[in-house]
Design a protein around this ligand. Structure first.
Ligand code: CMC
Length: 392
């Protein structure tokens, strides 16, 4: 009793068993339920991947259709949710809105509080997967002062999201299939990543028996930071700041300088000490999207390609095994699609909701679930007597 391992940053602590996602950081391998991420990104779609992560197996045709129908049943948000949006400043960061609105869902669905009932757990999981894309698009529409667009349940989740983001009652704009495919891939690639900071936050919050909407809201809050999901936004801002390939060496030198807090955003990973397999797929997608949009000469894309090349040949990055991560190219794609930078992490959160829900579901279903409760190494004052304020 009283003995524990001191492991700041949980660098070497395994806190749970999981059957969902496997990463081999040395090889640069990522598997969802055993399936390589590259195959899923090429051949599957986000709804199927959601089913897989949640249920453990790829669905039969019938199971797939039932699952999609069930999601479509829950894509609308309660009309009263509008009041939440209207309470925010128009220039609020969409992540600030999202964290509150998702947390507030439990105020609408009281069955979510009963986490011991498997049926209630399942419906909360579906509600989250279905409603978060609608909420994400609403965050954007609110910020630009455009009317909200209802979900169209004849569309796939990725197409629906783009439609809710950009369509207007005054025209018949429809998302281009290449952009839908790229968005779908971004969703698949971000869907789960085992026990990262936000997923661990969801598990820790959920371990107390808190309802799933509250647990996922805490995950969204954690994801926001620039060391985690906020890196895609930070990466694009960095590429913009660099602005021209001629300035890359200056920024590489800054990243290497220990007296400068600047880091190359979109580079490095706690687990991958090799190429992040998601970054490779993302780079391919970036080429496809920029080709379609005729933006191959986009200065941001040029800076990204050149920066990657220079960093991969630099001794500092080689020695520290710093490779591009998933966020390095996702921002370039989203930017080319006309998505504002402050929505990038919202899109990450939308996709990761599937992973958070799957991990929460797995944890809650365990027979021997215990509350998460890390220990600490106390470094404060030893016991001392209280001194009256007049004598201090
Ligand atoms: N640029 C320059 N140096 C770096 C970078 C970078 N991007 N990343 C790590 N280093 C250096 C760091 O200074 C340290 O050097 P030293 O050993 O001399 O002190 C060494 O590499 C190890 O870094 P660390 O911070 O101890 O590693 P970590 O595992 O705690 O952090 C990380 C991982 C992802 C937070 C970090 O690499 C980083 O800050 N990267 C930039 C932000 C980013 O792109 N985050 C997205 C991660 S992928 C998406 C997601 O999962 O959210």
């Amino acid at each position: 009793a009283g003995y524990f391992t001191y492991d700041p940053g949980y660098v070497s602590t395994g806190a749970c068993e999981s059957k969902i996602t496997y990463i081999d950081g040395e090889k640069g391998q990522l598997l969802y339920r055993g399936y390589p991420i590259e195959q899923l990104a090429e051949q599957s779609n986000f709804e199927e991947v959601a089913y897989l992560l949640l249920n453990g197996e790829l669905p039969s045709k019938e199971e797939y259709e039932n699952f999609v129908a069930k999601i479509n049943n829950h894509t609308m948000v309660h009309q009263q949710m509008m009041n939440f949006f209207n309470g925010f400043r128009r220039d609020a960061h969409p992540m600030a809105i999202m964290v509150s609105v998702v947390g507030a869902l439990s105020a609408f669905y009281h069955d979510s509080l009963d986490i011991n009932n498997p049926q209630h757990r399942d419906i909360s999981a579906l509600r989250l997967i279905a409603k978060v894309p609608t909420i994400a698009a609403m965050c954007y529409r609110y910020s630009v002062g455009h009317p909200f667009v209802y979900p169209d349940n004849d569309m796939s989740l990725a197409e629906n999201f783009l439609n809710m983001m950009f369509s207007m009652p005054t025209n018949d704009w429809k998302p281009d299939p290449v952009l839908v495919k790229a968005m779908d891939r971004i969703f698949i690639l971000h869907a789960d990543h085992e026990q990262n900071a936000s997923t661990s936050t969801v598990r820790l919050a959920g371990s107390s028996g808190a309802n799933p909407f509250a647990a996922i809201a805490s995950g969204i809050a954690c994801l926001w930071g620039p060391a985690h999901g906020g890196a895609n936004e930070a990466c694009l801002n960095m590429l913009r700041e660099i602005g021209d390939v001629s300035r890359i060496p200056e920024f590489i030198e800054r990243a290497k300088d220990k007296n400068d807090p600047f880091r190359l955003m979109g580079f490095g990973h706690r687990v991958y000490k090799n190429f992040d397999p998601r970054a490779k797929v993302m780079r391919e997608s970036a080429h496809e999207v920029l080709d379609l949009l005729g933006k191959h000469d986009d200065p941001i894309f040029k800076v990204a390609l050149e920066l990657e090349k220079i960093a991969l040949e630099d001794e500092y990055f080689i020695e520290k095994k710093l490779y591009p991560n998933v966020d390095f190219y996702s921002g370039v794609i989203l930017d080319a699609m006309g998505i504002p930078t402050n929505m990038f992490t919202v899109i990450f959160a939308l996709a990761r909701t599937v992973g958070w829900v799957s991990q929460w579901h797995e944890m809650i279903g365990e027979d021997d679930r215990r509350i998460g409760r890390p220990r600490q190494l106390y470094t404060g004052a030893t016991e001392r007597d209280y001194v009256d304020i007049n004598k201090r």
